[in-house]
Ligand binder design. Structure first.
Ligand code: DQA
Length: 147
């Protein structure tokens, strides 16, 4: 079972970026936690981050070609990127959308996700734990599809 964890713009700044909203955990710490959980789940995990929309599209296509599931925090591109949505639907990847913050409790423009309709489910509002919860949920989903 393979899962690619894909991170969008500004998530490289986690830990010092608006800690009141996103917490003090760094992306490197989140990566370590995901790796540890993946080992327990027997999942081969790839963890990537980019600030560039087209590169995020490339990452989704690569996951599709590798036959991997996608756990994605698309950050601000969640709310704006038709290209990313088309990459998810076009690559036929099983994707789970995640966010650290509860986007529904924030500004109106964060209430809309262009990718949610092409994802299997969404986890948001649990801080760094959203990654772990999303990983468990995606592994569960992919396992169900295998058997
Ligand atoms: C975010 C929420 C987005 O609205 C925002 O643009 C981000 C981070 C989150 O994880 O809470 O960059 O995806």
């Amino acid at each position: 079972l393979a899962i690619h964890v894909l991170n969008g713009p500004n998530l490289n700044l986690l830990g010092r970026r608006e800690p009141g909203i996103y917490g003090s955990t760094t992306l490197a710490e989140i990566e370590r936690d995901c790796m540890a959980r993946a080992a327990e789940l027997g999942v081969a995990l790839t963890f990537r981050q980019t600030n560039h929309e087209g590169e995020l599209v490339d990452f989704v296509q690569e996951a599709g070609e590798a036959g991997a599931g996608v756990l994605i925090n698309a950050a601000a591109y969640t709310h704006s990127s038709i290209a990313l949505r088309d990459a998810i639907s076009g690559s036929k990847v099983t994707a789970v959308e995640i966010h650290l913050s509860n986007v529904h409790a924030r500004e109106d423009f964060r209430h809309v996700s262009l990718i949610a309709p092409v994802c299997a489910g969404v986890v948001c509002g649990f801080g760094a734990y959203s990654y772990r919860a999303g990983l468990d949920a995606l592994a569960h989903l992919l396992r169900g599809r295998q058997s």
